[in-house]
Design a binder for this molecule. Structure first.
Ligand code: C2E
Ligand code: MG
Ligand code: MG
Length: 597
């Protein structure tokens, strides 16, 4: 086709012989055309292969310093290729078109080689000076240090709590695992886990706000650290959950000692942004034993013991050592809880009344209302069994309102039935949870109106921990109650915080000395001294004192010798149901016969 078209074209536009490169002119003799073709093909092959080899070589040896050699070589090839570009026109010549065809190929080869070669050439590298090297070295070292620090920080963050900087659950479990493995090889090796859970942390969080609650957690962690040896691990494994790992201990007493030390360290309030916050914590203690199969089992047992401690509401000594019977107890509440819920609805709760008397004469001045659960199968259930559960589940609030209403209406009924009785008071126990109800005084006011009981006839019994748990609002709340004419007794005094400094802060009318002190009167000199001091203190602060759990005449005499005015206990009367109490009131004319014995 080309052979047909090209001659025709050249006949139309004849090209002078002088434009044909001379080298090719003389080669163009009939018969020598194939020699020309072969020579041009070889040249084309060379144009292809040499630069390609060059490109290959350059790419392999990037470190070669003689980059200018490649530059020159590349330029030469490009130049040669360019001369061939100039000769492309021969493509149109009827006799030279084949030669022109090869020129085109060689031209394309050289241009593409240049394009490949130039970017492949190594850049000229100026050798840096020693100062520059030094500076680069410093930068590099800094970068390495920075990366190392970042790696260390990442590692630290992976195993530490970001708020308190204590080890987190992962690190704790790693250490527990190590201790656990060691204990399996050394039978005598003991370690203990103390599971701590702050009481009422949610309420603190809600009242103080998150930033203050965070600060409290940080301070709490600091205080805990001070109670431990440097080699002990203390970890934060949840919002208000902390775990202490005590390694290589002798026996359970070591762990108990630490738990007591922690509880003691928490007696003083925390100062968070100028506010005093009282914190208590429930502690569960578990030792590694042979029945543990996995390290996690020890933690689970400590957790179970902690729940037990919380449920028991043991005042300030809120710790429990795990024992296997707790497994059964752990599943018990759910059933008991539904039963208790029903008990309130089905009115299975009853009130018993225990007289509070003038020690001197045995005259009844009032009663303490004490709740009982008349269980359809179990009979009379003691409050010690269900009050902690009611506290834990929040049922205590509705239970508490029922008790208050019932006690007030009963007292009003007695006053109506026995109008000749001297002023009697009714004391009602108020739990910490109920005390924290914002509308407490309003509700009480309403109950007093409904039952038509004089506010002066009502006394509320609060424990020290209930006050301290609500320290932020306690004063306001107590002042509101006082304004209504209601009086406040501090129940179980001496077992809780026993911090006398707060007594004058709150408008408290009566101190009820805990039964545990009265019980040991005459036997324990230290406790006797405490009781004597409490009575003297109350006198100074113009408060009344009631001794709880008075069981003997000797105790009465001892208390009288210290000028303690009131008492309550089995010596006078056990708690009685309402009918028996009424009979007692009527028949004794308010004077208990025990005093005449
Ligand atoms: P508490 O308020 O300190 O009540 C005194 C407890 O000591 C009563 O136990 C009473 O029966 C007992 N007691 C009184 N005198 C003697 C004595 O001479 N010897 C002995 N061994 N015990 C004596 P109870 O009725 O079992 O109540 C236990 C606790 O349950 C109460 O301690 C109180 O904290 C709580 N509780 C009882 N009723 C209520 C209630 O209605 N609401 C709330 N929140 N708690 C209640
Ligand atoms: Mg009481
Ligand atoms: Mg008491």
């Amino acid at each position: 086709m080309i052979r047909v078209v090209m001659p025709k074209l050249f006949n139309k536009f004849p090209i002078s012989e002088q434009f044909i490169p001379h080298g090719h002119c003389y080669l163009w003799k009939p018969g020598l055309v194939w020699l020309h073709v072969v020579s041009d093909s070889l040249i084309a092959l060379a144009y292809y292969s040499i630069p390609l080899m060059l490109v290959y070589f350059v790419r392999k040896r990037k470190d070669l310093p003689f980059d200018w050699i490649f530059l020159l070589f590349g330029a030469f090839i490009v130049a040669c290729g360019t001369t061939h570009v100039m000769e492309i026109w021969t493509l149109w010549h009827p006799d030279y078109w084949l030669s022109g065809f090869f020129k085109v190929i060689t031209a394309i080869a050289s241009v593409s080689t240049a394009m490949l070669l130039i970017p492949s050439m190594p850049k000229a590298v100026a050798l840096p000076s020693p100062a520059q090297l030094e500076a680069a070295n410093v930068i590099l070292q800094n970068e390495i240090n920075e990366r190392k620090r970042a790696e260390e920080k990442l590692l630290h963050n992976a195993f530490h709590d970001s708020l308190t900087d204590l080890p987190n659950r992962a690190l704790l479990m790693d250490r527990v695992k190590q201790a656990f493995i060691y204990s399996k090889r050394h039978q005598e090796y003991l370690f203990a886990l103390l599971f701590l859970d702050m009481d009422r942390f949610k309420a603190i969080n809600d009242t103080l706000g998150h930033s203050m609650a965070d600060q409290l957690l940080i301070d709490f962690a600091c205080r805990l650290k001070k109670c431990l040896r440097p080699e002990d691990t203390i970890a934060r494994i949840g919002g208000d959950e902390f775990v202490v790992l005590l390694e290589d201990i002798k026996d359970i007493n070591n762990a108990i000692l630490v738990a007591e030390r922690i509880q003691k360290a928490l007696i003083l309030p925390f100062q968070v942004k100028g506010q005093e916050v009282f914190v208590t914590t429930s502690i569960g203690i578990a030792l590694n034993t042979t029945h543990h199969v996995f390290p996690e089992d020890v933690l689970r047992d400590a957790d179970v013991a902690m729940y037990r401690a919380k449920a028991l509401c043991l005042g300030q000594t809120r710790y429990q050592v795990f024992d296997t019977s707790m497994y059964a107890q752990a599943s018990k509440p759910s059933h008991l809880e539904t039963e208790l819920r029903r008990a309130i609805e089905r009115e299975e709760l009853r009130l018993n009344y225990q007289p509070i008397v003038l020690l001197e004469s045995g005259r009844i001045t009032g009663f303490e209302a004490l709740v009982r659960w008349q269980h359809p199968d179990k009979g009379l259930v003691s409050p010690a069994e269900f009050i902690p559960l009611a506290e834990e589940t929040g049922l205590i609030v509705s239970l508490g309102w029922w008790v208050l209403r019932e006690a007030c209406s009963q007292m009003r009924a007695w006053k109506l039935r026995c109008p000749e009785t001297e002023p009697l008071t009714i004391s009602v126990n108020i739990s910490g949870k109920q005390f924290s109800q914002p509308d407490l005084s309003e509700q009480i006011k309403q109950i007093l109106q409904e039952t038509k009981l004089n506010a002066y006839s009502l006394k509320l019994e609060l424990t020290e921990s209930a006050l301290m748990e609500n320290a932020e609002v306690a004063t306001t709340m107590l002042l509101q109650l006082q304004a209504l004419g209601i009086r406040i007794s501090l129940d179980d005094f001496g077992t809780g915080y026993s911090s006398l400094s707060y007594l004058h802060r709150f408008p408290i009318d009566t101190l009820k000395i805990d039964r545990s002190f009265i019980m040991d009167l005459g036997a324990d000199l230290e406790k006797m001294e405490i009781v004597r001091t409490i009575i003297a203190l109350a006198k100074n602060l113009k408060m009344e004192v009631i001794a709880e759990g008075v069981e003997t005449r000797q105790q009465v005499d001892q208390l009288l010798s210290w000028e303690c005015k009131f008492g309550q206990g089995y010596f006078f009367s056990k708690p009685l149901d309402s009918q028996t109490t009424e009979v007692l009131l009527v028949t004794t004319n308010q004077h208990l016969p025990c005093m005449t014995r």
